[in-house]
Design a binder for this molecule. Structure first.
Ligand SMILES: Nc1nc2c(c(=O)[nH]1)N[C@H]1C(S)=C(S)[C@@H](COP(=O)(O)O)O[C@H]1N2
Ligand SMILES: [Mo]
Length: 166
């Protein structure tokens, strides 16, 4: 099995007192601690991860909470269509259609161990449909913001990620 790459952890990433917000176009905004999150049913899925840089990590086993469960708890407002996933990595945010976001897993374990901060812990948003852009796998996720309109200028993930690997 090939491993994930080791990228630097930005200074602003601090896993202490981590919370996950579920905000925006929802009926009841949530602010979940790691222990709140562990009360949701967890799921495991195995997938390969490929980066634009040209490397592939095969057979990664992610475990965490399917985002659909969090959205069910918060309740979607009428008109909710998109999600923007924010990271504690300053300004890093990635936009998703609601369907793709709901099918993604908020991973807190990798290959049977708690997800380390070097790979996005406490929680990393991992799309389950694989094979898409590597920057959509959002390390150090802190907020899932639901929107009615498609986020455009806030969707910074590609620009920030590519500026780091080139
Ligand atoms: N918050 C955040 N998430 C991110 C990135 C980043 O710079 N910041 N880089 C992306 C890119 S380009 C890749 S290839 C993977 C790298 O994951 P790894 O550090 O676990 O190998 O994280 C993705 N998620
Ligand atoms: Mo990447």
């Amino acid at each position: 099995m090939a491993d994930l790459a080791s990228h630097d952890v930005p200074d602003e990433v601090d896993p202490t007192d981590w919370r996950l917000g579920v905000t925006g176009a929802v009926r009841t905004p949530l602010e979940l601690t790691a222990s709140d999150l562990s009360s949701f049913e967890a799921e495991t899925f195995v997938g390969d991860f490929a980066c634009e840089e040209g490397w592939v990590a095969e057979g990664l086993e992610w475990r965490g909470v399917r985002v659909r469960r969090l959205l069910d708890r918060a309740g979607l407002a009428d008109g909710a269509e998109y999600g923007l996933v924010w990271s504690m990595d300053d300004g890093y945010a990635c936009a998703f259609s609601l369907d793709r976001l709901a099918a993604s897993v908020l991973a807190v374990e990798l290959d049977g161990d708690p997800l380390g901060v070097e790979h996005g812990g406490p929680a990393r948003l991992v799309p389950t449909d694989g094979g898409r852009d590597c920057w959509e796998s959002v390390k150090w996720a802190t907020e899932i913001e639901i929107r009615e309109e498609r986020p455009s200028e806030d969707d910074t993930a590609q620009e920030i990620a590519l500026s780091r690997i080139e």
